[in-house]
Design a binder for this molecule. Structure first.
Ligand SMILES: [Fe+2]
Length: 618
C-alpha cells in the first residue's frame, strides 16, 4: 500500500491511542460501547414508541463509531519539519515553520488596543476589519492511521477562526479600537467540541482506499462527508457578515461579537456548496454565487436579491464533469474557468442559462483568484492571478509534499514550457484576458511580469465589476516560502493598469533583434516581461502579511475616487512573534503606514479578509 511521505510527519499523540489499531483493540472496545445502544432500545421497547428507521440509523452510526475508535488512530501532525525524516537536521527550517502557522486560543472578550505608531485619520471608515483562516481545533492538524491506510488533513483544513479589529469613532478624530477572535461555530465544530476529540476522518489526502472509506464513515457516523471548515473567506451582503469555505454554505456572523448565527441557505433554495468568493453586481447590488460539486449538477450559478431575501435565479451550467473553480467574476455577465488540458473562460448573461454561455479557449493555466472583471466596448476583460500549476491538492505532489512545495515556491530559473519544471512552478502573476464578444478573439498578456510572484488580489470594492485603474496583491517571499513549504507574503504590490511599464532601451532593442522572449536574460539585467507599472512595499525582515483589503475613504461613492483609501493588513513579525495591523495610504504605498496597531496576541497566517463599514454610517 502506498504511503504518503507526508504522513510520516505524524507525531504520536500524548492523549490518544498510542498503539497501532488492531482487531483485539476493536474487540475490547465494542462491548462497552454497545451498552448505550442496548440501553436505549430497552428504554424504548416497553413504551412501544420505537422509531425503527431513526434507531437503526443511530445504532449503525454508533456501531461504526466503535469501529472507528477501534480501527483508527488519530495522530497529531507536527508543526516542525525537523520531525520530517529528510529535514531533521535543519533547525532553521523548523524555526521558520513553527512561528505562525500554529493555532491560537480564543481571547474571550474584546480587548482594547492602542496605536504603536501614527493614528487613524478622521475620514477613516468606522467598521470592522475581519480576516478568516484555519486554526485547528485540537492544537494541530490530524492524520489517521488504519488498516485501510493513512489519511491526512491538508494545511487548508484547520477550523475557521475570525480575527477582527473594530474601529469606533469617539470624537472628531478620536478612535476606540478593539480586537477579538472567535471560531466559527459550525455544526461540525460544535459536534467535535462536544465529543472533545477529533472525530472526522481526514478525507482529502491519503491512501485512496482510506480516503474513500473516510467519506462514507464520516457521512454515516456524523452526517457530513467532511467538516464544514468555514475558514477561507468573509463577505458582506445586505449589511450582514458571512464566513465561508467552499465545501459548504456561508455562515452568518455577528460583526460585533463574532457569534455565529447559523447557516445561510438562501431560504432553503441552495442545497449545495457555495463559492468562497461571491460577487456583488455593480448597480443592482445583487449577489452572484456559484457552487461546484463532485456530483451532478457539477456547476450551478445563482443570483441573490440585493436584500438577501430571495434566490432570484439558479441555473445548472451543465458541465459534463466537475472542475475546480474557486472564483467567479461579475460585470453585467458572469465568468468561470475550466482546466483539463485546455483552459476556458465562460461568459454568461446574469439571468442566462447553460445555452447562453459563451466559451473562450485560452492558454492553459490555473487562475485561482480574479482581481476584477469588467466590460470594455465589445470586450469582457478578466484580470486575475495566473499560474501554470494549481496550489491545491493534486497528484503532482508525488511522494514528498514538503519538497514539492519547497521547489514550487522557488524563483523560476528558466522559461517555463510546461508544468513539469523542477522549480518555480507555483509562480503567480497578474494576467489579463480580453474576450471579444463580437469576434470571439482572445487577447492575453502578463501584467505584472516574471520577477515577483503575487496572489490574493483585491481592488477598491466600489469598482467591482467596473473598469478600474488600480489593482493590489500580496507578493510572495520566495525564499521564506520555499524554506517552510507554505507560501508567505513579504509585501504588497500596486498595479497601475493605465501606465505601461517603461522598458529600458536595450530591452526594446533586444526584443526587436531577437524577436524572442527570454525571461532569464531579461531578469539578469533587471527587467522582465511586464506590461504595466507595478509599485512594491516590502515589510521589514521576517514580517509577512495576510488578509489585505482596500478600505475606501468615508463617503466615497461606487465608481468614484478609486485611489482614495487605505490598505489594511495583518502583519506578523516572526522574530518578535508579534502581529500588528498596518493601515497604509494607497497613494503612498512605500511611505510609513498612517497607523500601526499592535494586537494583544499573534494572529496565525490565514486567508481572506474584509473591511465591513458600520451600517447606516456610510
Ligand atoms: Fe480565495
Amino acid at each position: 500500500m502506498a504511503v504518503s511521505p507526508f504522513a510520516l510527519h505524524v507525531n504520536a499523540s500524548t492523549h490518544r491511542h498510542s498503539t497501532s489499531p488492531s482487531f483485539d483493540h476493536l474487540k475490547r472496545s465494542i462491548s462497552p460501547a454497545l451498552k448505550p445502544i442496548w440501553k436505549e432500545l430497552q428504554q424504548q421497547l416497553p413504551l412501544k414508541k420505537i422509531d425503527v428507521s431513526n434507531t437503526v440509523k443511530k445504532a449503525s452510526g454508533m456501531v461504526l463509531d466503535v469501529l472507528v475508535d477501534g480501527l483508527y488512530r488519530f495522530v497529531d501532525q507536527p508543526y516542525l519539519p525537523s520531525q520530517h525524516p529528510k529535514k531533521s537536521s535543519t533547525a532553521t527550517l523548523a524555526s521558520l515553520w513553527k512561528k505562525n502557522f500554529a493555532p491560537v486560543q480564543e481571547i474571550g472578550e474584546a480587548v482594547e488596543v492602542a496605536y504603536l505608531e501614527g493614528e487613524l485619520p478622521a475620514d477613516f471608515l468606522e467598521g470592522v476589519f475581519v480576516r478568516n483562516g484555519p486554526n485547528p481545533l485540537f492544537g494541530c492538524l490530524q492524520s489517521t492511521v488504519s488498516p485501510l491506510g493513512i489519511t491526512n488533513e491538508t494545511w487548508v483544513e484547520g477550523e475557521g477562526m475570525l480575527h477582527a479589529l473594530c474601529f469606533k469613532k469617539t470624537g472628531d478624530s478620536d478612535w476606540s479600537i478593539s480586537y477579538k477572535n472567535k471560531y466559527i461555530e459550525s455544526e461540525t465544530l460544535k459536534l467535535e467540541k462536544q465529543r472533545n476529540k477529533p472525530s472526522f476522518i481526514p478525507a482529502i489526502e491519503g491512501d485512496p482506499l482510506a480516503v474513500l472509506a473516510a467519506f462514507s464513515l464520516n457521512r454515516i457516523r456524523l452526517n457530513a462527508d467532511n467538516k464544514f471548515l468555514c475558514n477561507t473567506s468573509v463577505f458582506e451582503h445586505s449589511g450582514k457578515l458571512y464566513a465561508i469555505a467552499e465545501n459548504y454554505l456561508p455562515h452568518e456572523i455577528d460583526s460585533q461579537t463574532l457569534e455565529t448565527f447559523g447557516v445561510w441557505d438562501f431560504n432553503g433554495d441552495w442545497n449545495r456548496p457555495c463559492t468562497s468568493h461571491p460577487k456583488k453586481a455593480p448597480g443592482s447590488g445583487e449577489l452572484v454565487i456559484m457552487g461546484v460539486d463532485v456530483k451532478k449538477p457539477f456547476y450551478v450559478v445563482g443570483v441573490v436579491s440585493a436584500d438577501g431575501k430571495e434566490l432570484l435565479h439558479k441555473v445548472d451550467v451543465k458541465l459534463d464533469k466537475s472542475v475546480l473553480s474557486h472564483e467567479i467574476g461579475v460585470t453585467e455577465r458572469l465568468l468561470k474557468y475550466d482546466k483539463e488540458g485546455t483552459t476556458r473562460l465562460g461568459v454568461m448573461l446574469r439571468y442566462g442559462d447553460a445555452n447562453s454561455v459563451r466559451w473562450f479557449e485560452v492558454e492553459t493555466c490555473c487562475a485561482l483568484h480574479i482581481l476584477n472583471t469588467f466590460e470594455d466596448g465589445d470586450e469582457v476583460v478578466v484580470r486575475g492571478c495566473w499560474a501554470i500549476t494549481s496550489i491545491l491538492p493534486g497528484p503532482d505532489w508525488g511522494m514528498d509534499k514538503f519538497d514539492w512545495y519547497a521547489r514550487g515556491y522557488k524563483f523560476p530559473p528558466k522559461k517555463r514550457e510546461n508544468g513539469n519544471e523542477e522549480e518555480g512552478f507555483l509562480f503567480h502573476c497578474v494576467y489579463e484576458w480580453r474576450l471579444n464578444m463580437e469576434t470571439g478573439e482572445v487577447k492575453e498578456r502578463n501584467l505584472s511580469g516574471t520577477r515577483t510572484s503575487m496572489d490574493f488580489p483585491f481592488v477598491n470594492g466600489k469598482f467591482t465589476g467596473l473598469k478600474n485603474k488600480f489593482g493590489f496583491t500580496q507578493f510572495v517571499d520566495s525564499a521564506a516560502s520555499s524554506s517552510c513549504g507554505i507560501v508567505k507574503y513579504g509585501g504588497l504590490a500596486k498595479l497601475y493598469f493605465d501606465k505601461p511599464q517603461k522598458l529600458q532601451f536595450w530591452v526594446t532593442l533586444f526584443r526587436f533583434v531577437s524577436n524572442e522572449y527570454s525571461p532569464s536574460l531579461l531578469d539578469q539585467e533587471g527587467e522582465c516581461e511586464q506590461a504595466v507599472k507595478v509599485e512594491y512595499r516590502k515589510f521589514e525582515e521576517s514580517s509577512f502579511c495576510s488578509g489585505s483589503v482596500f478600505v475606501p475613504k468615508s463617503g466615497s461613492a461606487e465608481g468614484k475616487d478609486e485611489e482614495d483609501g487605505w490598505i489594511a493588513t495583518f502583519v506578523h513579525n516572526e522574530v518578535s512573534d508579534e502581529t500588528q495591523v498596518h493601515i497604509i495610504d494607497v497613494k503612498d504605498l512605500k511611505g510609513e503606514p498612517v497607523a500601526k496597531i499592535r494586537l494583544p496576541q499573534r494572529v496565525p497566517y490565514g486567508f481572506h479578509g474584509i473591511f465591513m463599514a458600520t451600517p447606516n454610517k456610510n
